[in-house]
Design a protein around this ligand. Structure first.
Ligand SMILES: NC(=O)c1ccc[n+]([C@@H]2O[C@H](COP(=O)([O-])OP(=O)(O)OC[C@H]3O[C@@H](n4cnc5c(N)ncnc54)[C@H](OP(=O)(O)O)[C@@H]3O)[C@@H](O)[C@H]2O)c1
Length: 293
């Protein structure tokens, strides 16, 4: 039976629906977020902690879902980080999309304290999270994975992909997925522009690709978004999208794997960021690709 007394650090776009599901499933939650006002929807249903360390003292299992390497480092090992509160044997499940190098460093830091770090990044946007339709890549200690699996289900995970005992492997798998997604977004925008420049209906083209060879959520969802230019409100910000493509490039460089497509996408994301679109959806860079900016 799952431990029903758990901690959750982070209350961003993706974390909010997960916290809601956990509360609905009857968990006793201890919450922390850097900006405490973002926790106000949960103030009467959960315990709000003043720091990650204070949260870590209350529970044996902590989930975190924060922006990037710096944020994860901060809530883990920063002043009043969760690692200073967790007791030996405590489990920290990092659900952020971060670099394998960051996970490797923090894995070691957890081991030194007799604690366990699982890496469990998420596939799926906040809308999917609200619909209990996210998927999780997980890696790390076997027993800890078994312990947290029912909690992933209660958060709304449909499928869980086990990448073994090395927690960095789940992070690499997640970067692979985001690289594929970004490539699909770039390729669709280029194809839409080609079709449009010939006076052909992009709607007919979209219907054709998404009901035949590319009838899958990535093409259906992002294709619609690109054609509608529905970049606001963002489900996944362009600022974080650029972070992920840079992580892909770093991870690839560390293995001497060439990823020329990633460089093209990174340039487009960077140009979009320079236009002040950092808080739009990450697919907003397609306005540049399609010559609509
Ligand atoms: N949104 C998606 O569609 C999606 C899908 C899959 C994976 N992800 C990944 O999930 C993670 C969260 O994404 P999100 O969209 O929920 O992001 P978000 O809405 O921007 O939320 C970011 C969270 O990180 C916290 N944070 C940022 N910098 C921090 C720091 N230096 N110290 C402590 N906390 C810090 C924020 O706290 P404040 O409230 O104080 O700013 C907030 O809780 C990211 O790694 C992202 O790549 C997102």
């Amino acid at each position: 039976m799952a431990d029903k007394r758990i901690g959750f650090i982070g209350a961003g776009n993706l974390a909010q629906p997960l916290i809601t599901h956990l509360l609905e499933a009857g968990y006793e939650l201890f919450l922390y977020n850097r900006t405490s006002s973002r926790l106000s929807p949960f103030a009467d249903k959960a315990q709000i902690c003043a720091s990650p360390a204070e949260l870590g003292k209350q529970v044996n299992i902590v989930f975190s879902l924060v922006a990037d390497d710096a944020a994860l480092q901060n809530i883990t090992e920063g002043l009043q980080g969760v690692l200073s509160g967790l007791q030996p044997g405590g489990i920290h499940v990092s659900m952020s999309t971060v670099s394998p190098a960051c996970i490797a460093r923090l894995h070691q830091a957890h081991q030194q304290k007799g604690c366990i770090l699982l890496s469990a990044p998420i596939m799926g946007r906040p809308e999917a999270a609200r619909n209990r339709a996210i998927h999780i890549c997980v890696a790390g200690d076997e027993t800890a994975k078994q312990q947290v699996e029912p909690i992933f289900r209660d958060m709304g995970a449909r499928q869980i992909f086990d990448y073994g005992a090395d927690p960095t492997h789940a992070s690499v798998a997640k970067l692979g997925i985001n690289f594929l997604l970004a490539s699909a977004i770039e390729a669709m925008a280029e194809a839409f522009r080609l079709v449009e420049s010939n006076g052909i209906s992009t709607e007919t083209f979209y219907r054709m690709i998404t009901s035949t060879l590319f009838s899958c959520p990535a093409y259906q969802g992002y294709g619609r978004l690109i054609l509608d230019q529905g970049y606001e409100p963002a489900q996944f910000s362009l600022r974080l999208g650029l972070k992920d493509i840079r992580l892909v490039q770093e991870a690839a460089a560390s293995q001497q794997v060439p990823v020329p497509l990633a460089e093209i996408i990174a340039q487009h994301l960077k140009q979009a960021l320079e236009k002040g679109w950092g808080e739009k959806d990450w697919s907003a860079f397609t306005a540049l690709v399609m010559g609509k900016a």
